[in-house]
Design a binder for this molecule. Structure first.
Ligand SMILES: NC(=O)C1=CN([C@@H]2O[C@H](COP(=O)(O)OP(=O)(O)OC[C@H]3O[C@@H](n4cnc5c(N)ncnc54)[C@H](OP(=O)(O)O)[C@@H]3O)[C@@H](O)[C@H]2O)C=CC1
Ligand SMILES: CC(=O)N[C@@H](CCC(=O)OP(=O)(O)O)C(=O)O
Length: 317
């Protein structure tokens, strides 16, 4: 029998992309809602309780509402919002986090998709903290450059409006230093403190690069960029979607410049280690709509349903 799947928020940026991936997977019965009933509680309640698996692609408050509409023990949920990412009753949907995470996801009925910037930060930092290369109280800083689709329909409309010329330059934001990804960045990286994080949105649609500088010269044990690279390469050696780029990463630059769109339309995350003796720069490159949102959601579904992990995650549209 086919698995019944429903996407709540199917007209949004993340929901549309998830729909696109789902349409390529043969073993699914995709339940649909009438366009004018998208926000009708009764119609959504019926479909959610009929579905075996629901994707929530909604703002946080609407996600919480939707979860409360489910009144059976069978329907499993994958939520793309920030609402449940650090809730201990939910499983953090980052299979590459450590050895046990895939199993947790496989057996879970409530899975929360990580935030895009958080994905880049955690995958770069968690192995280093877990293996004692970085002290837990390391005062991490981080900046990210992301495409405007990360801000959903509202930001897309702003960038694609007639005033687009005024938005040519990249724009920093979250200067209150309370970005909504900080709790998950701290919890799942294993650091004692959240990083000081300042994202930047650029005038292009998709693609994210999360950069973490590490200064290791005050450590009691000398840690070089090569040590960091070796640890990350060994940690992720069997992962299909996390690729640690060879140490001589400069060869992967284009005339010295970084191309952050290289993972677009894939579920891949490329991890770069630059630097030398006691200065290291980690860069995670991925598609904010791929491994940063919809791709990750599909990867989680595949694990939960026992499908091939990459099913439907085609390399190019
Ligand atoms: N864009 C991205 O890169 C990422 C997004 N996310 C998260 O995914 C979730 C969705 O984001 P995104 O797709 O970007 O957002 P969008 O704004 O593009 O889409 C949200 C959708 O939810 C619908 N919606 C809003 N309120 C309700 C409601 N009460 N009931 C039913 N539907 C509702 C909207 O309807 P309408 O079309 O009428 O506005 C819209 O279609 C958010 O929680 C976001 O934080 C996570 C990772 C990355
Ligand atoms: C450009 C932009 O605004 N990006 C969003 C992150 C998108 C993302 O990861 O999403 P959620 O945490 O919402 O799931 C931001 O920085 O808040």
């Amino acid at each position: 029998m086919k698995v019944k799947v429903f996407v709540d928020g199917q007209e949004g940026t993340t929901g549309l992309k998830i729909h696109h991936y789902l349409s390529k997977i043969p073993h699914l019965d995709l339940l649909s809602i009438e366009p004018d009933k998208r926000k009708d509680q009764d119609a959504r309640r019926t479909l959610m309780n009929e579905a075996d698996l629901v994707f929530l692609c909604l703002p946080d408050a609407a996600s919480k509402d939707s979860v409360s509409l489910i009144s059976n023990n069978r329907t499993r949920i994958i939520d793309a919002s920030t609402a449940f990412r650090t809730n201990s009753n939910w499983t953090y949907g980052l299979p590459e986090l450590h050895g046990d995470q895939r199993n947790k996801i496989r057996n879970s009925t409530r899975v929360s998709v990580p935030g895009c910037h958080a994905t880049g930060f955690i995958l770069a930092m968690q192995p280093l903290v877990a293996e004692g290369i970085l002290p837990k109280d390391y005062p991490a800083t981080c900046f990210a450059l992301t495409g405007y689709s990360g801000g959903g329909k509202k930001l897309i409309a702003e960038y694609e409006s007639s005033n687009r010329d005024q938005l040519q330059a990249p724009r920093h934001y979250a200067f209150n230093l309370h970005h909504k990804h900080l709790p998950e960045m701290q919890l799942y990286s294993g650091l004692s403190f959240a990083p000081l994080f300042t994202p930047i949105v650029g005038n292009y649609y998709q693609g994210d690069a999360v950069t973490v500088p590490l200064v290791t010269r005050m450590f009691t044990r000398q840690i070089t960029a090569k040590d960091v690279h070796e640890r990350l390469a060994s940690y992720y050696q069997d992962e299909r979607f996390v690729r640690v780029i060879p140490y001589d990463s400069e060869a992967y630059l284009e005339d010295g410049f970084f191309n952050l769109m290289e993972c677009n339309d894939t579920n891949n995350l490329d991890l770069f280690v630059f630097g030398h003796k006691d200065e290291v720069v980690l860069v995670s490159r991925f598609d904010n709509l791929g491994k940063g949102a919809s791709g990750a959601a599909i990867q989680n579904m595949n694990i939960m349903l026992g499908f091939d992990e990459g099913l439907g995650l085609v390399l190019q549209e």
